[in-house]
Design a protein around this ligand. Sequence first.
Ligand SMILES: *Cc1c(COP(=O)(O)O)cnc(C)c1O
Length: 427
Amino acid sequence: MTNSEQLFQKAKTFIPGGVNSPVRAFRAVGGNPVFIKSAKGAYLHDEDGNSYIELINSWGPMILGHAHELVEKAVSDAIQQGFSFGAPTRREVEMAELICSMVPSVEKVRMVNSGTEATMSALRVARGYTGRDKLIKFEGNYHGHGDSFLIAAGSGAMTFGEPDSPGVTKGVANDTLTAQYNNLTAVQTLINANKGQIACIILEPVVGNMGLVKPVEGFLEGLRRICDEEGIILIFDEVMTGFRLAKGGFQERCGVIPDMTTMGKIIGGGMPVGAYGGKKEIMDMVSPLGPIYQAGTLSGNPMAMAAGLAMLNHLNETPSVYSRLEEIGTTLTNGMKANMDKLGLKYTINHVGSMFTLFFTDQPVNNFEDAKTSDTALFGRYFQAMLKRGIYLAPSQYEAMFLSTALTDEHIQMILEANLESLREVI
Ligand SMILES: *Cc1c(COP(=O)(O)O)cnc(C)c1O
């Protein structure tokens, strides 16, 4: 038995499924998860002495590669000054000012401890501000594990949500309406049937959580127009795309400005941090200024703020990070396409900047139904073949890859060689 196998066995005794977040258990791809001991730059190192080139980067946060010296130094400096005070600190002010300067829609911001907290809080604020109860979300979009977001879509264009998980009450589910992504007509239909009742529309402006799916031409603009007409709060969940697809998130790239934005992942530089922000008049409804309650003992934690500030300052001051990530993404996806064409394999690659997904389907993927046409068994075999060759992919077809600036041209060639060999082995 490997060290990872031993650890996993023991883990299963004490932790449900042996993991603290389900996708880590490798259930979608088979086999045992690899236990990671350390990471530096472009590499993960496991408990058995194997190394892997990283294409997940902690599901996004490690955009500069692992243990980047700027973040490392900021945290080790901060640690000398105490771990948590539960009182305001200078770094929180600097962080808030920086986020407001980077993200177009954000005039005021509140720090929380995860993406889940950010979306739950933003939803409460949208409800409190509008005095309405219902929300619209999109099939295949993930907004953390808050009750209101764990709702599967029904088959019709207009449906009341069914809870996705036991423990989510029918009452909560009834307030969550689900539409097909990239389908403005479906959204309009839901709104017409629930006039004056919709507090917000929340979405990933580029979806990373059903594999990478891009908004079609006019979709985001259409949502903006509908929200303006109906007095609905438009929330971009940029927990994945924020500070990744541009320093101001995807909203900077597409020019559609939401009313509120939720952030996470990169914002903490690897520490557990989230944030939500938006228009002043909306954010001023939050306690203690306004009546909408939201709080956190460890929110704005000094070490987390130090890590996040070091990360965001660097991203803000270094445009070459984003041009390099574009270059890596393009080289890698073009190389993969060439490999698959060589083998005559049917596929779709969706790609934006430093995020992409290889879908094992010959159809275009613009929504969850399209994504589900993928051959997930083939993906599982491909994942294992890549892992064996030292390339660490997201362990599910329905996830995006996240690139980092630690990837060199040599790493890209190694990934492409492994890609070709792995595909040869599994198709
Ligand atoms: C990861 C993610 C979340 C949840 O963030 P956690 O920090 O895991 O709670 C929310 N929304 C999106 C778009 C995400 O990718």
